[in-house]
Ligand binder design. Structure first.
Ligand code: UDP
Length: 239
């Protein structure tokens, strides 16, 4: 059963369970998709019923941010582990490398996915990266066809939220891949173009603060975090 945080249902997995489940989905027929919402996306879902349906319709919904963990705890239904998309992706690639699975990278500015493919191929020997496409295409069909032609088992879809969630739901089946994972800005990090926060920030759950320091223009988006907490407290009062 999923844990509800302001209308978004989160799976209560450890990292190991999440990767096992994803590897399991990979072997099953059909197309599956994974989302990793943070408080900003939960706030989008509160206002946008279509986004909410697409997020809740995912085969796995993982809590990306510390804010979601606080929200679940304040509502009396704590989640066992924070599962940042980028860490889930790393653990998944390790498991895929062991089993020789194939990966396609979709998203980010031109050139970034290729750089990420180069770095990831070296970091996870055994992982087969079978194609890349940047995230600034006009039509879906040629991209879907290219992914299908690559025979990828898994696609990392990094178009920003909620665009990537809509894209996966609409096009997942067409790609022929068994698993699509929405990962926001992860290709920028995997390529080395954006630095992930130092370990101390991650451990303290202050990764958002580090990102804010590096990219102050994010302040508008990040103001959704206090708003999210206000909504959590309202919901707590109702319950
Ligand atoms: N992006 C894209 N196509 C678009 C819009 C965005 O490929 O039409 C990419 C963008 O270049 C960036 C990522 O999507 O690499 C979004 O990153 P952001 O840090 O905003 O995502 P978050 O991790 O915060 O969801």
């Amino acid at each position: 059963m999923r844990i509800d945080v302001l209308g978004v249902g989160f799976d209560n997995f450890t990292m190991e369970q999440a990767v096992d489940r994803a590897m399991d989905l990979l072997e099953q027929p059909g197309s599956h998709y994974v989302v990793t919402p943070n408080p900003e996306i939960v706030e989008v879902c509160r206002r946008d019923a279509a986004a909410k349906a697409v997020v809740n319709g995912a085969d796995m919904v993982l809590p990306d941010g510390i804010g979601v963990m606080y929200g679940a705890k304040l509502l009396g239904t704590p989640l066992c582990q924070r599962l940042p998309g980028i860490e889930f992706a790393g653990a998944l690639m390790e498991a895929m490398a062991e089993r020789g699975k194939t990966l396609y990278l979709l998203g980010a500015k031109p050139g970034v996915a290729e750089q990420a493919a180069d770095k990831l191929g070296r970091r996870y020997p055994g992982l087969r990266i079978v194609g890349t496409t940047d995230g600034y295409f006009q039509e879906d069909a040629p991209v879907v066809e290219k992914i299908r032609g690559s025979g990828a088992d898994v696609v990392f879809v990094c178009l920003g939220a909620p665009k990537q969630e809509f894209w996966m739901e609409k096009n997942g089946g067409g790609t022929g891949a068994h698993l699509l994972v929405g990962l926001g800005g992860c290709l920028d990090v995997f390529s080395g173009n954006t630095k992930r926060a130092p370990a101390i920030f991650c451990r303290l759950g202050l990764e958002w603060f580090y990102r804010l320091l590096r990219e102050p223009r994010r302040i508008g988006r990040m103001m959704k975090l206090p708003l999210f907490l206000v909504h959590v407290m309202e919901e707590r009062g109702k319950r």
